[in-house]
Ligand binder design. Structure first.
Ligand code: DAT
Ligand code: MG
Length: 138
């Protein structure tokens, strides 16, 4: 068993019909999907999820966008999952994302950038727990 990371397919990618394409890239990269659900965040929940960014100038825009439509939340497993998944998604700004990354292929802009990926093992645990109960994470 590898370790775990947390991802969301963001409202832009869901609305644009890219759930299947993104899940295919995740599978092709060797991640096991441990848990997955489609849901929509309230503005309050989106604000809580991104609380670490609340002093940043883009926070209001980020919360509005992330609560604007359905998202797909998932816990993924692979050796070195956090780092491997950050590599697969590519740079925050798709203009800087490498060829072959999810954001290069699917992101519209730095704000509407198709996917989330946890930035540490600790945050992967916190973020997975935000969406999934213990019974859902097998
Ligand atoms: P990442 O999602 O690559 O971990 P982050 O944690 O720095 O990036 O920021 C969280 C999200 O906030 C990011 O995915 C999109 C949005 N964001 C970041 N920087 C932004 C900016 N300069 N303008 C608008 N949105 C931004
Ligand atoms: Mg981040």
């Amino acid at each position: 068993m590898g370790n775990r990371t947390f991802t969301m397919i963001k409202p832009d990618a869901v609305a644009n019909g890219h759930i299947g394409g993104i899940l295919n890239m995740i599978n092709e990269a060797g991640f096991r999907i441990v848990a997955m659900k489609m849901t929509q965040l309230s503005a309050a929940k989106a604000g809580e999820f991104y609380a670490v960014h609340k002093e940043r100038p883009f926070y209001g825009e980020l919360v509005e966008f992330m609560s604007s439509g359905h998202i797909v939340a998932a816990i993924l497993e692979k050796d070195n999952a956090v780092e491997a998944f950050r590599k697969l998604i590519g740079a925050t700004n798709p203009a800087n994302a490498e060829e072959g990354t999810i954001r290069k292929k699917y992101a519209e802009s730095i704000g509407r950038n198709a996917v989330h990926g946890s930035d540490s093992d600790e945050n992967a645990q916190i973020e997975g727990d935000f969406f999934f109960s213990g019974l859902e994470k097998f």
